[in-house]
Design a protein around this ligand. Structure first.
Ligand SMILES: Nc1ncnc2c1ncn2[C@@H]1O[C@H](COP(=O)(O)OP(=O)(O)OP(=O)(O)O)[C@@H](O)[C@H]1O
Ligand SMILES: O=C(O)C1=C[C@@H](O)[C@@H](O)[C@H](O)C1
Ligand SMILES: [Mg+2]
Length: 198
């Protein structure tokens, strides 16, 4: 939950901060962040993509070094992006498991966080039969649901904005909701996003 928003009325404007997108695997975080860069002019940064560009593909990192090594790289990457003034205007998508790392969770408590919520009907076709995502093996549908149940409380706790990504909503609609919520929160008004059922 964000500590900087809203700023007191008489305070100097706070420096711009990135908006961090969280949510389960294949919810559409990276897709939405890219859309926001194309349609609203935000900087696009994706933690998984930064890791892959530096260290190679994620399945290989897991296979060669294990999950803990990946989580450390992920936490370091997120810390680096969040302190980089060049990314102050970013929509920053992070991996589905990132908020489960305590140090990441602590960083996100001080940022503007948007949680992209999805339902199983929307997401399962996107991951069905997947053989590459290490956290989803060996049974992607079952593993996705287990991870979602274990992580949803954490997503909900961190969220300043909850986005409705259920019913396969078009990214343009989700993006318009996100843009409206960012504008509202940065102007000091409370978020009125409706809770959605997943
Ligand atoms: N709103 C949408 N409508 C239709 N397809 C979508 C939508 N959002 C995402 N997708 C599709 O779902 C797939 C997963 O999306 P994406 O990679 O953005 O998920 P993610 O949340 O970033 O997952 P990860 O945690 O693995 O990084 C992509 O193939 C993308 O094209
Ligand atoms: O949900 C997860 O634990 C993961 C999600 C992906 O975005 C990657 O960060 C990686 O495959 C792990
Ligand atoms: Mg992604």
């Amino acid at each position: 939950m964000n500590a900087q928003f809203p700023a007191p009325a008489d305070a100097a404007p706070a420096p711009q901060r990135p908006v961090v997108l969280i949510g389960p695997m294949a919810a559409g975080k990276s897709f939405l962040a890219l859309h926001m860069s194309k349609f609203y002019g935000y900087d696009f940064v994706d933690a998984d993509q930064v890791i892959v560009s530096r260290h190679g593909v994620i399945p290989k990192i897991f296979a060669e070094h294990g999950e803990k090594y990946f989580r450390d790289l992920e936490a370091d990457t997120i810390a680096e992006v969040l302190r980089d003034p060049d990314h102050a205007n970013a929509i920053f998508s992070v991996g589905g498991g990132a908020p489960m790392t305590p140090s990441v969770r602590e960083m996100l408590r001080h940022e503007l966080v948007a949680y992209l919520k999805v339902d199983t009907e929307t997401v399962l076709p996107r991951i069905s039969g997947n053989r590459t995502r290490p956290m989803l093996q060996p049974d992607p549908e079952r593993r996705w649901q287990e991870l979602y149940e274990a992580r949803r409380g954490c997503y909900e706790e961190l969220a300043d904005i909850t986005l409705d990504g259920t019913r396969n909503r078009p990214v343009a609609e989700i993006g318009a909701d996100l843009e409206a919520a960012i504008t509202r929160l940065r102007s000091g008004a409370p978020d009125t996003t409706q809770e959605v059922q997943a």
